[in-house]
Design a protein around this ligand. Structure first.
Ligand code: C2E
Ligand code: CA
Ligand code: CA
Ligand code: CA
Length: 279
């Protein structure tokens, strides 16, 4: 009874009360920011071993009028816990598709696919597939240039719903990448049931390549799985030449990370693509 009393007291912990009100405040701010169009997409290039840019990942930024550029780690969690991630994710999807459509008439850009992150709550919406199809139709983006990044944990949770939705979008031409791969203990059996295009090796394994032997083993295993399933495999968080060299040794040919290119506004990505076009 006494320990119960302590727990009850914990519930009214003033610290926690502050945390709750900060969250509520942030949620309100995010809602206002969405209405005021304060979000932007930055794009991080993805490279082939041969130096070509093979795509880019869209990453959301909050351009705050007083505080400047705010990274998603400061607000995505709160957005995901509320329903806000749904309209926010929809805005991301639409903006990326508008970008694809805007590039359509320019030979330097029209082949560049964009990867878009999708949160669990957004993906589980009953009308998720319909919304994606609608955005593709309204923007005129070519579906095969849109790659949806679903985290490994999202994919594994409610596999039947995942398979149904992915299957429908797949018939439209949309591609899929499993983000943060290696963190969720996927079995080969599950993976074969999903219409996947790519596995994305989580940066937590890339970080310690050549340092922590178990991570080298995990990365080699993921690359082997991708090969057996005939999927692309891309490594994220590549920061050093040594990491890139080890990944290449293990058979990975696609890279994303600060070593090769930082996330930036679309104009920066376009400059990189122009340089590639004139090489
Ligand atoms: P993520 O999907 O795993 O994205 C990769 C993150 O790693 C990005 O952080 C990127 O800027 C960062 N990164 C890229 N290269 C390197 C590197 O070499 N080293 C290190 N240490 N980090 C690198 P960012 O942009 O801060 O995004 C953080 C997370 O926020 C993303 O992780 C993703 O889970 C989420 N996020 C970002 N944009 C969106 C979005 O539009 N929708 C949703 N649902 N989530 C998003
Ligand atoms: Ca991602
Ligand atoms: Ca990731
Ligand atoms: Ca991650």
């Amino acid at each position: 009874v006494k320990s119960q009393g302590r727990n009850a007291l914990c519930f009214f912990d003033p610290q926690m009360q502050i945390a709750i009100s900060v969250r509520a405040q942030l949620e309100g701010d995010l809602q206002a920011a969405l209405a005021a169009r304060q979000f932007a997409l930055h794009y991080q290039p993805q490279f082939h071993l041969d130096g070509r840019i093979v795509g880019a990942e869209a990453l959301i930024r909050w351009i705050h009028p007083e505080r400047g550029l705010i990274a998603p780690s400061a607000f995505i969690g709160v957005a995901e816990e509320s329903e806000l991630i749904v309209p926010m994710g929809h805005w991301v999807l639409r903006t990326a598709c508008e970008q694809l459509a805007a590039w359509e008439n320019d030979a330097r850009y029209r082949h560049v696919p964009l990867s878009v992150n999708v949160s669990a709550r957004q993906f589980r919406q009953r009308d998720f597939v319909a919304r994606v199809v609608e955005v593709l139709r309204e923007t005129g983006a070519r579906p095969h240039l849109l790659k949806l990044e679903l985290t490994e944990s999202l994919v594994l949770d409610n596999v039947d719903d995942t398979i149904a939705k992915m299957g429908l979008l797949k018939t439209k031409g949309v591609r899929f990448s499993v983000d943060d791969f290696g963190t969720g203990y996927s079995s080969l059996a599950y993976l074969t049931r999903l219409p996947l295009d790519q596995l994305k090796i989580d940066q937590s394994f890339v970080r310690n390549l050549g340092v922590r032997h178990t991570d080298d083993v995990i990365v080699q295993t993921i690359i082997g799985m991708a090969r057996n399933l005939e999927l692309d495999v891309i490594a994220e968080g590549v920061e050093t030449a040594q990491q890139k060299a080890l990944l290449a040794d293990y058979g990975c040919q696609l890279f994303q990370g600060y070593l090769l290119g930082m996330p930036g506004p679309v104009s920066e990505l376009e400059v990189l693509l122009q340089q590639a076009a004139t090489q």
